[in-house]
Design a protein around this ligand. Structure first.
Ligand SMILES: NC(=O)c1ccc[n+]([C@@H]2O[C@H](COP(=O)([O-])OP(=O)(O)OC[C@H]3O[C@@H](n4cnc5c(N)ncnc54)[C@H](O)[C@@H]3O)[C@@H](O)[C@H]2O)c1
Length: 349
């Protein structure tokens, strides 16, 4: 089986997971790295045994390097579009972290380039690879819940709560991120709704900044926060399923709590990252007789993100892979949430 030579851009926190996932999968060799932080470039370059000439301060040089077969991008949101654009320019496959872009206008510009010269691209909607979510999708598609009428999705974390005195980092800087919890966690919820039920038809939303200022770690001065740390919205999907969504960075004790409840005519299903290898399924066993079961996810629902990226590179990708258009559509829904919140009205998609 062919192995792929990877150029890795962005060597911060999340890159550790990507490096580990590639190693676990095999068939990947990281041959070049890029970061604007020289210390990170040297440290990670040494750790990974990357030759000095393959450690790039400028990611364009890495993308254009003929020794790089495919690009993995793990940078802050303001760089996402520039990296995808550079990949489109030279026709190089990529796996790029979410959100797809910082703002929708960037996604629109990338779509025009993609339509002229499509390339293999994957967006880091990693929860498609949570076994419980994948099994939930299968059961919904097999009609095991009957017609699905409604659902709720939430993605909660607690690290930003006021009690944690979280300092002002790039995730609160609108110029870098575009939005706060919406693009960070909400993009995953939106992708999960699309993965499970298809496209969004309409939505109405509210975005809030519950912790209005945070201390600059360098100066200790308080900085006004311009991005949301709480968002909620309700939506109608293409099959007329109605859903409610909430995401927060201030939900103390939630850990990394991304979960869905799905309500159909003959059953209910719960799936959560807090218990990723099981689902809870409530169904009518006989008329008027409900049975509640905690069910282990079958092995075939345990697909890895980097296994799927290999299938994309091999040319055998499945329909469930989060590709370029999933990134674009996700950004379109994020933009609708922003507009709905700002204009206080329902947005049609
Ligand atoms: N899929 C997931 O579940 C998940 C989880 C966490 C983070 N992420 C995404 O991963 C991305 C990175 O997050 P992180 O936590 O690793 O951030 P981080 O701040 O820890 O690391 C980002 C790295 O990118 C580097 N960088 C910045 N600008 C660059 C440029 N122009 N060229 C090259 N390198 C540059 C920084 O110096 C830093 O080393 C974000 O987009 C985030 O949304 C995804």
């Amino acid at each position: 089986m062919k192995s792929y030579r990877i150029g890795l851009i962005g060597l911060g926190g999340m890159s550790h997971s990507h490096i580990r996932w590639m190693a676990e999968e095999g068939r990947y060799e990281i041959v070049a790295v890029s970061d604007v932080n020289e210390a990170a470039l040297t440290e990670k370059g040494e750790q990974l045994g990357i030759a000095a000439g393959k450690r790039y301060g400028d990611f364009v040089q890495l993308i254009e390097d003929p020794d790089v077969d495919a690009v993995v991008s793990v940078t802050p949101n303001n760089v996402h579009a520039d990296i995808v654009r550079a990949c489109l320019k030279v026709g190089k496959p990529f796996l790029a972290e979410k959100p797809f872009t910082r703002v929708f206008e960037e996604a629109e510009e990338l779509l025009k380039l993609f339509e002229q010269q499509p390339i293999d691209g994957m967006v880091g909607f990693s929860y498609r690879y949570t076994p419980a979510f994948r099994y939930a999708r299968e059961l919904v598609r097999e009609g095991k819940l009957g017609t699905v009428r409604s659902f709720s999705l939430q993605y909660l974390q607690g690290w930003g709560a006021a009690a944690n005195h979280t300092p002002y980092i790039w995730r609160f800087n609108k110029a870098i991120t575009g939005t706060g919890t919406l693009g960070d966690l909400g993009s995953h919820m939106i992708d999960m709704a699309r993965f499970l039920f298809g496209e969004f038809k309409e939505l109405s939303a509210q975005m809030r900044t519950l912790v209005p200022e945070r201390p600059d770690p360098a100066t200790g001065q308080m900085v006004k926060i311009e991005v949301d740390d709480f968002v909620s919205f309700q939506a109608r999907m293409s099959g007329d399923e109605v859903g409610i969504f909430q995401s927060s960075r201030n939900a103390i004790g939630s850990g990394n709590q991304h979960e869905v409840s799905i309500y159909g005519d003959i059953g209910t299903l719960h799936a959560s990252t807090l218990n990723p290898d099981q689902i809870v399924w409530i169904r009518e066993e006989a008329p008027g007789q409900l049975a509640k079961a905690v069910i282990d996810v079958p092995e075939h629902c345990k697909v890895s993100q980097y296994g799927d990226f290999l299938s994309l590179l091999d040319g055998t990708a499945s329909e469930s892979l989060p590709g370029f258009m999933d990134g674009y559509r996700n950004q379109e829904v994020l933009d609708a949430v922003i507009r709905s919140s700002e204009e206080k009205r329902t947005i049609d998609l």
